[in-house]
Design a binder for this molecule. Structure first.
Ligand SMILES: [Cu+2]
Length: 177
């Protein structure tokens, strides 16, 4: 089943297919939409942060908001990286993944909750990320309180700071609607 949302545009007999794949889906409020169509979210595996060249070995975006049923696709834009998420860093019963180095990985996010993942060769260099799927209340605090070391810890703390703010905003928006 194709999970990418497509729209077909017809101009004077010519047909173009536009694939809508938001890279930073957490900026919008679709996560709270009921029955939203499943989306494919891309995360690039990079040697250098395009926004800050001092930051090396990064997932972009490193924080993703998604709905249950969405797909995340890790793209090996630069070489030497993988993405993996172990069962202890994911909600109970969730599909977890262990990508090969330099290979694209696609995962259907089938279980609500928080998923912390990393690149195996660069975990200690802080190449980590967080995906929040649907209602994260089941394991968010557990994942936030997980054991992270060195640069991994530093990056995770920064990610959780943004995640906290995002969830607060969502809660406030839900209250006012
Ligand atoms: Cu890496």
């Amino acid at each position: 089943m194709k999970q990418t949302r497509r729209e077909h545009l017809v101009f004077l007999g010519a047909t173009a297919t536009v694939t809508l794949t938001p890279l930073t889906a957490f900026a919008d409020s679709h996560a709270s939409e009921e029955n939203a169509e499943p989306m494919v979210h891309e995360i690039q595996m990079l040697n250098k942060d395009p926004e800050n060249s001092k930051e090396r070995q990064v997932f972009v975006p490193d924080l993703l908001r998604a709905n249950v049923g969405d797909t995340v696709k890790f793209v090996p834009t630069d070489k030497g990286h993988n993405s993996e998420c172990s069962a202890k860093n994911a909600p109970e019963g969730a599909t977890v993944w262990r990508g090969k180095i330099n290979k694209e990985v696609e995962v259907v996010l089938d279980t609500p909750g928080a998923y912390a993942y990393n690149c195996k060769p660069h975990r200690t260099a802080g190449m980590v990320g967080l995906i929040l799927v649907g209602d994260v209340s089941g394991n968010y605090e557990d994942i936030k309180g997980g054991r992270y070391r060195g640069k991994e810890k530093k990056r995770m703390e920064a990610i959780f700071e943004r995640a906290d703010a995002m969830l607060e905003e969502e809660a406030a928006a839900a209250e006012s609607s």
